[in-house]
Design a protein. Structure first.
Length: 202
């Protein structure tokens, strides 16, 4: 759990692996406080009910994830990789140069294999790969009329289950770069193989 009430917190060069939670945030749950920065780190094979890798259930608003891999995490409800929810205050954390891949949800109803965004949780996502998440790459569920929309710039989408971008559990499901770029919050989406490097062949 991260709740840095007094001063900013930085997590750098870490591997967060094989953890589980009976509620939110298998790898990490963010509950509020001062800004959080996560850099050059990996969240892998963690599990929870919501947010197998990472879960936000309160601020801070100015958190940043840079060069972070969130992969092969799972949730029994929603947000296999990342879950974020904020009812009263807009939260806009930043993801930059991240890989969100092969995360999944196992529940019969809820979704958001890669990221599940609820109400006023509206991250800004730059230069990030969404690949192999199931059942979707990004799911936005808004139950309040003032809910924000995430901003997605220069991101690559590949093989994300039933859709790359899903609104309100199937009300609008979008797949493919051409279609994604028609969304007002998406700029320069790319569709294709991320071409990961296999270290065993180097």
């Amino acid at each position: 759990m991260v709740d840095s009430l007094v001063s900013a917190c930085t997590i750098r060069n870490c591997v967060i692996f094989g953890n589980s939670a009976i509620a939110d945030g298998g790898g990490m749950v963010i509950t509020g406080g001062a800004p959080l920065s996560v850099e050059n780190s990996v969240f892998h094979n963690n599990s929870a009910v919501k947010g197998g890798g990472v879960a936000w259930v309160a601020g801070p608003d100015s958190s940043t994830f840079v060069n972070v891999v969130i992969a092969s995490n799972s949730a029994t409800s929603c947000g296999g990789g990342v879950y974020g929810s904020s009812v009263s205050v807009a939260l806009t954390p930043t993801f930059r140069n991240c890989t969100i891949a092969d995360n999944f949800t196992t529940g019969p109803v809820f979704t958001g294999g890669g990221i599940y965004l609820h109400d006023n949780f509206a991250p800004v996502i730059y230069n990030t790969i969404f690949s192999g998440n199931s059942p979707e790459g990004i799911t936005v569920h808004d139950s309040t009329p003032t809910a924000n929309t995430p901003t997605v710039w220069n991101c690559l989408f590949n093989g994300n289950g039933s859709s790359d971008f899903d609104f309100d559990s199937g009300t609008l499901a979008v797949t493919g770069a051409i279609n994604l770029n028609f969304l007002p919050s998406v700029v320069n989406a790319i569709q294709g193989d991320p071409l990961y490097v296999n270290s065993a062949n180097q």
